[in-house]
Write a protein that binds this ligand. Structure first.
Ligand code: UDP
Length: 320
């Protein structure tokens, strides 16, 4: 297939692009480089620096695209609460531009990077796709809106669409890892302590109703995420909108993640208790049974793999 990867210069998008190329697909990466990196675009993919507003210039009827994987989005929860207009414009407006261009060019397959943030804070041990969607921040609301747009586009115009609701992406693959200008995520921040870029990690909240009092999340290796994109891209048929949760089905607390980072790196990683971060639910763990049953996907890589692979890429790159 010839696949347009919108957001393919970002963390997850670059790994998805590398995975596509590895199995013989062709990829064109479209990215405005607002948060992505040109050097993250894998060799072998074409690159177009463009915003989604202009995607119609690339995604033309003559270009021969078979499918789109859409990962181009603003993705900082805190920022989405400070600048909601930016998130609605970029995420929802961008998806509308992309769907318009796909309709005009008659490209009839899309895999979209949705998010566990669409659910909000469900009061359940394992979150299935049937859980109520009540996002608690603008970021999650934009992702849910796009999921609904895809449902309509499938029903009315016959698009084959997949919404992949990622839980906590982590790790690295193909030499590609997380590189955010503003780092908010737990594992990269812990690794910044290891590399000496921070002196400690703040544990946000130690009084949650969890076994050790810290938040529990479902961490999922970026290579496992990439595999899910490839499988569902092949599987989805016209007029379908599939929604799949992507996680390991097991949760780790902040303290358990820190233990894994200490074990993998041999660094003490000093931590300090800190107040809760506003908007953090106590526990978010996925049921990924639906995608397992439908396309045989399962997460294969462990938390240790995620930390080790992220650390290796960081070491190879040197500190920023
Ligand atoms: N966290 C923390 N210290 C940090 C960064 C994150 O204690 O410096 C916690 C955060 O409160 C959450 C978990 O680690 O409970 C995962 O946070 P992350 O930002 O990686 O992902 P999120 O679940 O918020 O998408």
């Amino acid at each position: 297939m010839l696949v347009l990867v919108a957001g393919g210069a970002g963390y997850i998008g670059s790994v998805v692009t590398a995975a596509l190329l590895e199995v013989g697909h062709e990829a064109v990466v479209l990215d405005d480089l607002s948060t992505g990196h040109r050097d993250a675009v894998p060799d072998g993919a074409s690159f177009v620096e463009s915003s989604l507003a202009d995607v119609g210039q690339t995604l033309t009827a003559d270009a021969g695209f078979d499918a789109v994987i859409h990962l181009a989005a603003k993705s900082l929860v805190g920022e989405s609460e400070q600048r909601p207009e930016l998130y609605w414009r970029q995420n929802v407006g961008g998806a509308m531009d992309l769907l318009d261009a796909m309709r005009v060019a008659d490209v009839r397959r899309i895999v979209f990077s949705s998010s566990a943030a669409t659910y909000g804070e469900p009061d359940t041990d394992l979150i299935t796709e049937d859980a109520r969607t009540e996002p608690t921040n603008v970021y999650g609301a934009t992702k849910l809106t796009i999921d609904r747009m895809l449902a309509g586009e499938s029903r009315v115009h016959g698009l084959g669409a997949v919404s992949l609701r990622y839980f906590n992406a982590a790790g690295a693959a193909y030499g590609l890892g997380e590189r955010h200008a503003t780092e908010t995520h737990l594992i990269p921040i812990a690794l910044q302590v290891v590399t000496g870029d921070r002196d400690h990690l703040s544990v946000y909240g130690t009084d949650y109703p969890t076994p050790d009092g810290t938040c529990v999340r479902d961490y999922i290796h970026v290579a496992d995420l990439a595999a899910a994109h490839l499988l569902t891209l092949e599987a989805v048929g016209p007029g379908e909108h599939r929604i799949y949760n992507l996680g390991c089905g097991s949760g780790y607390s902040v303290r358990e993640v820190l233990t894994a980072v200490r074990e993998v790196t041999g660094h003490p990683v000093p931590d300090q208790d800190a107040p809760r971060r506003p908007g953090d639910p106590a526990r978010l763990v996925a049921s990924s049974d639906r995608i397992a049953q439908d396309v045989g996907w399962a997460a294969r890589r462990s938390l240790t793999d995620m930390v080790r692979d992220a650390y290796e890429v960081l070491q190879a790159r040197g500190t920023p």
